[in-house]
Design a protein around this ligand. Structure first.
Ligand SMILES: *Cc1c(COP(=O)(O)O)cnc(C)c1O
Length: 403
């Protein structure tokens, strides 16, 4: 058990706390599920990009799925081997593509015909060959929140099947491109198996039709997206997930690449914030806390639910309150109509499931320094990012103040 009160008093609030042992357990569960085939779990760095977290996954043998060259650099810094690093995303710049080729990563996930042409050109300029994979958009409804759905033609991600086939033929004919993989990622927080199975079937069929024209791929990249429990969701079991995918790969000799983010880190993370005040406007009760949307954006961005646990001496009956932060936006809330007992100044709230898309989506809005982050492993606590100071926030602007 993590002693949140002790951590809050030692490191102050707002504070992110990550349980590295939980991350290891999740990693092993998923890895085990795929053991029937060769597999790489390429951790989706954007979920939680703290170097100590990425390094932790490197130690476990993970690869990295990156969506910017900054994340690729993080993966290198954290010790992920280059042959396990993937670079995805719809809008890679020329500079990013060039650096990825020079760094000789496993492959670039290409998301459009125009991008494929750029990669070809840049590889040619570098007198090099770039390994690529193509992101297919299988046009399957993932049955998740529209903001985190990515596998429909309405979404900006990937290419349709016909374009994909054309692109593979183009890549196969180019001396500067080496098509080694195929990729799909239909959305995040997936809780239903059927859309995943259908997508895998569509993509596996494409692999077979490419085989017939002598284009042999090595990597079957199923993206990430496996959902977790924030509230009372029924989630997919790793074993069932793996079986659904592996079932579509009969007679195909492919390495499976899975790109989990949330599954590995969401429920390993806690956001600690302290109560400042309670207030009432008419019938509406508010708990004002010291953390805000600039620390944890998900409730404001998606209306996401996070369980909140109050650490308090209070024995009062729970009442419905809005838990809000100090930022000057009505969207600055962690929960609405949430049942909490009467709270005192300095009582601690533990916001659960904050290990993914938490700190990383943070900002300095309202000139608020971002929270500190600590990691807990085997009962040991380590500060892995110090709290941002006012000086940190203005450092880049001060340079211009002189004249
Ligand atoms: C965001 C993303 C992931 C990770 O998604 P999770 O829902 O956190 O597992 C994996 N692959 C790609 C291409 C992504 O964009």
């Amino acid at each position: 058990m993590i002693n949140f009160k002790e951590l809050a008093s030692e490191y102050k609030t707002p504070l992110y706390v990550y349980d590295l042992d939980y991350m290891s357990a999740q990693y092993q569960k998923l890895k085990e599920a795929f053991k029937a085939k060769k597999s790489i779990l390429a951790y989706a760095v954007k979920a939680n990009s703290n170097l100590s977290v990425v390094k932790h996954f490197a130690t476990l043998g993970a690869g990295a799925d990156c969506v910017s060259i900054g994340e690729v650099r993080r993966a290198f810094l954290a010790g992920i081997p280059k042959y396990k690093i993937i670079f995805s995303g719809v809008g890679k710049s020329d500079d990013e593509i060039r650096e990825a080729i020079q760094k000789d990563i496993l492959y670039i996930n290409v998301e459009s015909e125009a991008e494929l042409a750029r990669v070809n050109l840049i590889a040619k300029e570098l007198d090099s060959t770039c390994r690529i994979s193509i992101r297919v958009n299988p046009n399957i409804d993932p049955k998740t929140h529209p903001y985190i759905s990515t596998g429909l033609h309405d979404n900006k991600f990937g290419v349709d099947l016909n374009s994909a086939k054309r692109m593979y033929i183009f890549a196969n004919n180019s001396e500067h491109l080496d098509p080694v993989g195929i990729h799909f990622h239909i959305g995040s927080q997936l809780t239903q198996l059927q859309p995943i199975r259908e997508s895998a079937e569509i993509v596996a069929d494409l692999v077979r039709s490419l085989q017939k024209i002598n284009i042999e791929l090595k990597f079957f990249d199923i993206g990430g997206g496996i959902g977790v429990k924030y509230d009372d969701e029924t989630t997919i079991k790793p074993y069932d997930y793996a079986q659904a995918i592996l079932g579509t790969l009969t007679a195909l000799d492919l390495t499976v690449i899975c790109e989990p983010g949330r599954f590995l880190t969401a429920n390993a993370g806690y956001f600690l914030t302290k109560v400042l005040y309670e207030k009432q406007n008419g019938d509406k009760k508010f708990v004002v806390v010291d953390g805000a949307m600039n620390d944890l954006l998900r409730p404001a961005l998606y209306g996401a639910y996070h369980k909140i646990e109050a650490i308090t001496e209070s024995t009062s009956e729970p009442r419905a309150v809005d838990v809000v932060g100090p930022v000057c936006e009505s969207g600055d809330f962690f929960a609405k109509n949430y049942l909490l007992p009467e709270l005192q100044h300095n009582d601690l709230l533990v916001i659960h499931s904050a290990g993914s898309y938490g700190f990383g989506m943070g900002s300095n809005y309202n000139t608020r320094g971002r929270s500190a982050e600590v990691a807990v492993q085997n009962g040991e606590v380590k500060l892995i990012r110090r709290r941002e100071s006012f000086e940190d926030l203005v450092a880049l602007e001060l340079e211009f103040l002189e004249d």
